[in-house]
Ligand binder design. Sequence first.
Ligand code: ACO
Length: 349
Amino acid sequence: MFQSVITGVGYYVPEHVVKNEDLIQYMDTSDEWIRERTGIEERRYAHRTQETTTTMAVEASKKAIEHAGLTTVDIDFIVFATLSPDYYFPGCGVLLQRALKMKEIGALDVRNQCSGFVYALSVADQFIKSGMYKNILVVGSEKHSFGLDFSTRGRNISVIFGDGAGAAVLQASDSTERGVLSTHLHSNGDEAEILAMYNPGTHANYWKDTPFANFDEAEIGQMFMSHSMIDHAQNFPYMDGQSVFKTAVVKFPEVIMEALNHNHLQPSDINLLIPHQANLRIAQFVQKKLKLRDDQVYNNIQRYGNTTAASIPIALAEAWEQGKIKEGDLVCLAAFGSGFTWGSALIRW
Ligand code: ACO
């Protein structure tokens, strides 16, 4: 059996920096509220017309492929995680394949929101371990700024999210010392509606309890997009932040411990934990719970906000660039998000 080794990482964030103060012109909020509740100081927004989820992924991918010492034609599979695709369909994987002028390889889109990159990495890991592919490009990219409610009504969500992309190249290796040790994936749909974007969708009021998706009977039949959906701001994400927070602080430590126990390791063995950058307060809670030192946890949400599927690969590439990950280090990735879905990956770098 092959081992999958991450041989290249790369990230891209748009140039446009949006500070907390900049949001005050659109909504009733404050730098103090945002910093105190989330730790976020600023985020990046993609250019409205010149950049998309895929174009950002292209930039991150080029860096990851170059770092791996490969060219785009060497890649034999793409796994692309995003919740903000360029089109409703087809997915971003094929757009990336086209933009990078790759061979006619398989391109899989993963829809697991904040856990998207960990799910994508796990899929790629299985394909490599089984011997099916040798060089897989795993990408997380998001252009949230295009789909947020910038009025006061949407402030509990819109202040949190930012745009960006991160990528990693996984390669088959004979190494017995390095590589992805294990991945652990979970879901529980009981609370699927508390962090969700219901529209456009086919639910047509089927899930009656959704706080935000009750349409006139007359409109059903043209459900994907309707005037009243837009008039009632039902085309934006919904989040019950406190419930998300409460579940996240349980599931993050649980899934990290699952990975460590599976490999007979302890929290003290972790050289770097990269949690999905949901909220700095969640990451600090997890750090405390696992008794990790500051230098064992990497956070950059202060500068980029929550970039969902892109947050882990951006942080991974940035931490590597800063010399915080060295060969032989034990790196733990952990994510939790909408679904709920959650997961972890333990990597010997
Ligand atoms: N600026 C100012 N006031 C605000 C803002 C804002 N941006 N957003 C909400 N408020 C107000 C509310 O209206 C409310 O006012 P009220 O008391 O007068 O009614 C008050 O602040 C408290 O609102 P809550 O929603 O209860 O605020 P909470 O303390 O829960 O903080 C937050 C909100 C930051 C979203 C928090 O619940 C949280 O971080 N939850 C975790 C969710 C998360 O991380 N989501 C990321 C996506 S999912 C993921 O990545 C895992």
